[in-house]
Each structure stands twice: as C-alpha cells, then as structure tokens.
Design a protein around this ligand. Structure first.
Ligand code: GDP
Ligand code: CA
Length: 335
C-alpha cells in the first residue's frame, strides 16, 4: 500500500454509498470544517433500490445523496424534500391504484418526471443524474453503480398465500417494514449489468476508497456485486477504509439487522468487518472504524488483519459526521 502523505494536495476519494447513512457521512466529509484536508469526492451510489412507481423512475439512494449534499433534503425524515406535500400520492390512492405505500412526494415527483422523460429519450442514468445535479450542485461527482436496471428483490413467504415469492426491495422495506423474514436477496438484472462509465476508474485512480456507514447488504453489498467492482477494490493501490453502520450491536436507524440476518451475519461491528474481510486475505478492508461503545471488539477485528480504531460514530449533525470523516482520513493516509 505504501505510505501516502496527502496533506498539501487534494485527496481524491471514491466512496460507495446507499441513501441516508452514506449521504450524512458524505455531507460531513465535504461540508464540515472538521475535515482539514481538501477533498475531491466521487460517489458510486446504490441503484438496487430503484423502482418504477406510477410510470416514473425513482432512484431513492441517488436522490438522497443529491438532496442531502445539495441542501434540499427533509431534515426530519432524512429522505425526500423539505416542505414536501403528498397530494399526488393521495389522489393516486383515491383511485385505488397500487402501490399506495410508496412515499411519492409532489416536489420529488418533478425529479422523477425529468428523469423518466430523459431515460425515455435515450439518455443513460449517469447522464440524467449529472443533469439533475446541475441544479443541486452536491459538490461531488455522483455516479450510479450501473446504468443498467439491476433491482434488489426479496424472497419471502407471501403473508396471505404462504407461497414463496420475490417482491421488490421497496415493498419489503416500506410496505412490510422488513418484518417478513427474508430468505434471500436477489439482484434482478445482475447477469447483464455493467459498472457505469467512470466507476472502475474512480476506484483504481483514488487516493482513498471509503465505505461509509451504509447498509452492508442492500446498499454496499448491492454495489459490490456489480461485475468488476470487488476486483477493482481489491486491486486499487489506494487504502480502503470502512466505517461501521452498526453501533452498540444495532443499526442506528433502519432495519439493517433484518438484512444481515438473511445473509447469516450477526449485527455487530466485528461481524460486519469479518463479512467484508481483510484485503490482506482476499477481502476488501485495510481499515475499519467502529464506535467507541464497541471498543471491546477491537482485538477481534485486528485479529482479522484489519487495522481498527474506536471513535464516536453517531452522525448527530454535520460536524459529528465531519469528525468521523477526518478521523478516517487521518488513519488511512497517515498510518
Ligand atoms: P439507506 O439506503 O437510506 O438505508 O441508507 P444507507 O444504506 O446509506 O445507510 C443506512 C445505514 O446507516 C443503516 O443501516 C444504519 O446502520 C447506518 N446509520 C444511520 N445513521 C448512522 C449513524 O449516525 N452512525 C452510524 N455509524 N451508522 C448510521
Ligand atoms: Ca437505500
């Protein structure tokens, strides 16, 4: 890996990200004064959550990152727009048309309409994302993991019929609150999916690759499954550092525990590190940051040959996330 000193130059960072956890971390990395280095950030976003709803293409994680970094996110909800109304959703429900459980906001609908029109006109998702970012100016280079449709579906026993069926991830997550036991996650379209243009280069040419505290299964895991992605992370000369999304044996918000149990990984910071594995042993991580309340497991993680530190990992505000990002840079670039 070699020692890198990037104090005086811009640090090229490539991060993989899901929605809320990824976006909050990235906002700290790029917008907090706690980060003492100049950074140039490329984000490879999960598009496994993407779904067609009432004829429009919705990309929840791309939009969460775009709105959070562009200042348009609902602070209270963490997804969708601030000052949102849901008139269109209520009108659609009044017609009794499914899905009624999806939180389609009126302001958000404008984003989805533009995306859908542009996709129908033949633009790629990368091109459309870049055009949407012209308005939001998120201060990062935001790229979808793939321009191909590759959606996460969840195999469950249907609550009414008992039949084993696969439903869209969003239906499992939102409609059923991730409470129906998931037998398996399937990425529909993975066999023909390719990384979006620039994704592999961004990993190979980075000074540092980051895995923010995003869901290890249905955010980071989904991105890693795209052909060539894991190989690029294993082969990059940049150090790879992850931050645990599991704090004190629980996901801070959301239902990541339900996803982890489906792939037989326990909900704790050391188990997630073991799941990603050490780069020295064919895995992905050089460094793993865990929350200070989990400091007991530092030895277990170091035994995996992953350099670990325990620091506060709760993203209570922009500066708390910024402090996490700064610790990540210090550890990976100066160690
Ligand atoms: P999603 O696509 O909106 O579910 O967002 P991500 O996959 O990017 O992030 C979700 C994960 O973020 C959850 O599984 C939580 O474990 C994690 N998370 C949320 N808030 C925090 C926090 O303050 N600190 C840490 N360490 N993890 C968090
Ligand atoms: Ca997501």
């Amino acid at each position: 890996m070699g020692r890198r000193s990037c104090k005086d130059s811009v640090v090229k960072i490539t991060a993989l990200a899901g929605g809320i956890g990824g976006a909050r971390f990235l906002r700290g990395l790029t917008q907090s004064k706690k980060v003492t280095r100049e950074v140039d950030v490329t984000v490879i976003a999960n598009t496994g959550d993407d779904i067609w709803v009432h004829g429009v293409r919705v990309c929840p994680d791309l939009d969460t990152v775009m709105y959070t970094l562009g200042g348009g996110i609902s602070v209270e909800r963490g997804w969708g727009r601030e000052g949102e109304t849901f008139t269109a959703k209520e009108e659609l429900a009044a017609y009794g048309v499914d899905p009624t459980w999806f939180g389609l906001g009126d302001k958000d609908l404008a984003t989805h309409l533009i995306r859908t029109t542009s996709l129908n006109a033949g633009y790629t998702l990368s091109e459309v994302t870049s055009a949407l970012c012209d308005r939001w100016q998120p201060g990062i280079n935001l790229i979808p993991m793939s321009d191909n449709r590759c959606e996460t579906h969840v195999v469950i026993d249907h609550p009414d019929t008992g039949a084993r069926v696969a439903i869209h991830f969003q239906e499992w997550w939102i409609r059923y609150g991730a409470k129906l036991p998931a037998h398996e996650f399937i990425q529909v379209g993975l066999d023909t999916a390719q990384p979006a243009p620039g994704v592999i280069e961004a990993i190979l040419n980075a000074d540092l690759v980051l895995l923010p505290p995003s869901n290890p299964v249905v955010s980071i895991g989904t991105i890693l499954a795209i052909p060539g992605m894991t190989e690029a992370i294993r082969n990059t000369s940049a150090p790879v550092l992850g931050l645990s999304p599991i704090v004190n044996n629980a996901p801070v918000r959301g239902m990541a525990d339900a996803c982890l149990s489906t792939i037989n990984v326990q909900t704790n910071a050391a188990a997630v590190a073991r799941h990603y594995g050490s780069r020295s042993d064919g895995g992905l991580l050089d460094y793993w940051l865990i929350d200070h309340t989990d400091a007991d497991s530092l030895g277990e993680i170091e035994d995996l040959e992953i350099t670990a530190r325990a620091i506060p990992l709760l993203m209570t505000d922009v500066d708390a996330a910024g402090a996490m990002a700064n610790s990540a840079l210090d550890l990976a670039l100066e160690h």
